[in-house]
Design a protein around this ligand. Structure first.
Ligand SMILES: O=CCCC(=O)O
Length: 495
């Protein structure tokens, strides 16, 4: 069976579950583009076309914003418990359809099916979490500055929310934004990544089945992010933009939002250091590095991007890591048993290849891998580079591929200085068993998230987000609701 027919066979189960949608979802209706235009969605493993999806533009985006605005009064007027009930129904439906949703995600994103199943559960966890948090949107009573006064603070929904979401987590980055918005009482217009719109549309179908009212949840599919993003950011009706993607695009969106002084949440690029000190448990550090670096073929914003290894354990760590990396099985996502799929597209592959090529040309060595995979397409070999220095391009840029560059350092101060020597500040990791060092380094790292003797930090219960050019705001946890609410201070006098 050819790869193309394998994708088609896999999609049959998604179609049978009613989750293969090719229209956009606006005002509770499945709609085509006004022009009738569509754009293709491909399986990155084979290049096969999976579907053609409605290619909306500015006019349909305006209608989605208007639908959200029209839905807002009734949605915010529900009790928190009533909103939570709809969210819980959506959560149950997502979990009940975990398998077809995972197959669909693997097909359009290329991540191995086991990882896709994990992402569906991870994505659903945000819906459950914020269904619970909806009921805890407490205000405040402030001891007043005069005996005749009473001061109160209300937390109210901010209004229509726009969410622009990435291809690397086609489901979880939607639920991580949409669930808190809905819980807070805000309607949402989503623009999913053009590489992976099918997962977003499947979530919309389940939201419909869960009883979310028309206009509360809209999905604008488009191959023209500038046109849609332009309308979402310019519109005075949209009061909040939540974006996950590159720092470059985040800066543009932030500037565009300035015109209407919108609140923004930005979850942007990273350049995560992964520090291994001489006193670390090396086996644990290798396991953490594998989990952090090679998850989703290295295509996550919190993937280890620079592995900083102390002199005394550099060679031992490199050997142990290499022994594991050589066992990573690479292949098409939908065929079980592979731990690494293809990269998302030719552009992603070209970037990884260029960064590795530059490092090799400047003196790095490929301990494992180092080139395109023999499978062809957008597959790249799981790679380890040694003798990497911070003057190489790979030290400054987010790799977004299965490449672990190993840097050498001597002292704790040097490790922290190198780790912080970047405009980014999303996630950092380090391995040490010295309790004093653990505190010093954790406090010294300029990052929003620090994994200590741990390579996987993502969970719905903790605040996810970065500092510096990695972003603004936090997603998940009890803090994740804050960005979708406004504080209103009531000053009551004459008492
Ligand atoms: O790439 C961005 C999100 C990664 C995660 O939530 O673990």
């Amino acid at each position: 069976m050819s790869q193309g027919s394998k994708s088609e066979a896999a999609l049959a189960s998604v179609r049978a579950a009613g989750l293969l949608k090719d229209k956009a979802f606006v005002a509770g209706q499945w709609i085509a583009a006004d022009s009738g235009a569509t754009f293709p969605v491909h399986d990155p493993a084979s290049g096969a076309e999976l579907a053609r999806v409605a290619d909306l533009g500015a006019a349909e985006t305006d209608r989605a914003i208007a639908a959200a605005a029209a839905a807002w009064p009734a949605w915010r007027a529900l009790t928190a418990k009533e909103r939570a009930t709809r969210l819980k129904a959506w959560h149950a439906l997502i979990l009940a359809h975990q398998e077809p949703l995972a197959v669909l995600m693997s097909a359009e994103n290329g991540k191995p099916i086991a990882e896709a199943r994990g992402e569906i559960a991870y994505g659903a966890s945000f819906v459950e979490w914020f269904a619970e948090e909806a009921k805890r949107q407490y205000g405040e009573v402030i001891p007043a500055h005069g005996t005749d006064k009473r001061l109160l603070v209300l937390r109210q929904p901010i209004g229509v929310v726009a969410a622009i979401t990435p291809w690397n987590f086609p489901s979880a980055m939607i639920t991580r934004k949409v669930a808190p918005a809905l819980a807070a009482g805000c309607p949402v217009v989503i623009k999913p990544a053009e590489d992976t719109p099918l997962s977003a549309l499947a979530l919309a179908e389940l939201a419909l089945q869960a009883g979310l009212p028309a206009g509360v949840f809209n999905v604008v599919t488009s191959s023209d992010p500038r046109a849609v993003g332009g309308r979402l950011t310019e519109s005075p009706v949209v009061r909040k933009l939540s974006f996950t993607g590159s720092t470059e695009v985040g800066k543009i969106l932030m500037a565009q939002c300035a015109g209407t002084v919108k609140k923004v949440s930005l979850e942007l690029g990273g350049n995560a250091p992964f520090i291994v000190f001489d006193d670390a448990d090396l086996d644990a550090a290798v396991a953490g590095a594998i989990a952090s670096k090679y998850r989703n073929a290295g295509q996550t914003c919190v993937c280890a991007n620079r592995l900083l290894i102390q002199d005394g354990v550099y060679d031992a760590f490199a050997e142990k890591l290499a022994a594991h990396v050589r066992t990573i099985q690479v292949g098409p996502a939908l065929e079980g048993g592979f731990q690494q799929g293809p990269l998302i597209n030719a552009e992603g592959l070209a970037k990884v290849e260029a960064l590795v090529g530059d490092a090799l040309a400047h003196g790095a060595c490929a301990l494992v891998g180092g080139k395109r995979h023999a499978l062809g397409g957008t597959f790249f070999e799981p790679t380890i580079l040694t003798n990497v220095t911070d003057s190489m391009r790979i030290a400054r840029e987010e790799i977004f591929g299965p490449v672990a560059p190993l840097y050498r350092f001597s002292t704790e101060e040097e490790a922290v200085r190198l780790a912080n020597d970047t405009p980014f500040g999303l996630a950092a990791y380090f391995y040490s068993r010295d309790i004093g060092r653990v505190w010093r380094v954790a406090e010294g790292l300029e990052y929003g998230i620090v994994g200590i003797n741990e390579g996987i930090i993502s969970t719905e219960v903790a605040p996810f987000g970065g500092v510096k050019e990695s972003g603004i705001g936090r997603e998940g946890s009890r803090h994740g609701l804050d960005d979708f609410t406004e504080l209103k201070y009531l000053c009551m006098g004459g008492i």
